[in-house]
Design a protein around this ligand. Structure first.
Ligand SMILES: [Zn+2]
Length: 167
């Protein structure tokens, strides 16, 4: 399993393994064990209806009403820890991937990705893969101005965030 495989599966299935928007945290926990705390400001009180942040390795989740709202993976640090599929265990993968590599993998898998239609900073590129219940956004940064096109454009993060109204 390479990071390209993980990201291609994210684009195809809308999630990372069992971690998908809309999934139940209780069911996910049965498979992967309990999540780790992922709060950015531990100890701060959450407002009513505000999702809580948990994580499995470097896969960050927003959770509300026991449902996964968002599944996010930051790849900019050079490596990522991903759930191995065995309860409580993660495995480390090198995470450097360029837009050129991901476009090629998506093309091979027959995945349609659109470029973000909103104004973006000049050093950023976003590919959006339409999925239900949540589109998957792949955001890249142009790190090397000397390399033209997608080869100098490196993935920073991948995220799928669904909509949720507390019941
Ligand atoms: Zn809720």
């Amino acid at each position: 399993m390479t990071i390209v495989d993980v990201l291609t599966e994210f684009a195809e299935s809308g999630g990372i393994g069992v971690l998908k928007p809309g999934a139940s945290l209780a069911e996910v926990s049965e498979r992967l064990g309990p999540p780790q705390d992922g709060e950015y400001f531990p100890g701060r009180r959450r407002k009513r209806g505000e999702p809580r942040n948990v994580r499995y390795g470097d896969v960050r989740l927003e959770v509300c009403c026991d449902k996964l709202l968002a599944v996010a993976l930051s790849t900019g640090s050079g490596s990522v820890d991903l759930p191995s599929g065995v309860s409580g265990e993660t495995e480390e993968l090198p995470s450097a991937v360029t837009a050129a590599q991901l476009r090629e993998a998506f093309a091979t898998a027959g995945i349609r990705a659109e470029e973000g239609l909103w104004p973006e900073p000049a050093d950023q590129l976003t590919l959006v893969v339409p999925r239900s219940p949540a589109d998957v956004h792949f955001t890249f940064r142009r790190t090397d101005a000397d390399v033209s096109g997608d080869s100098g454009t490196v993935l920073h993060s991948a995220i799928a965030r669904g909509h949720h109204v507390c019941g």
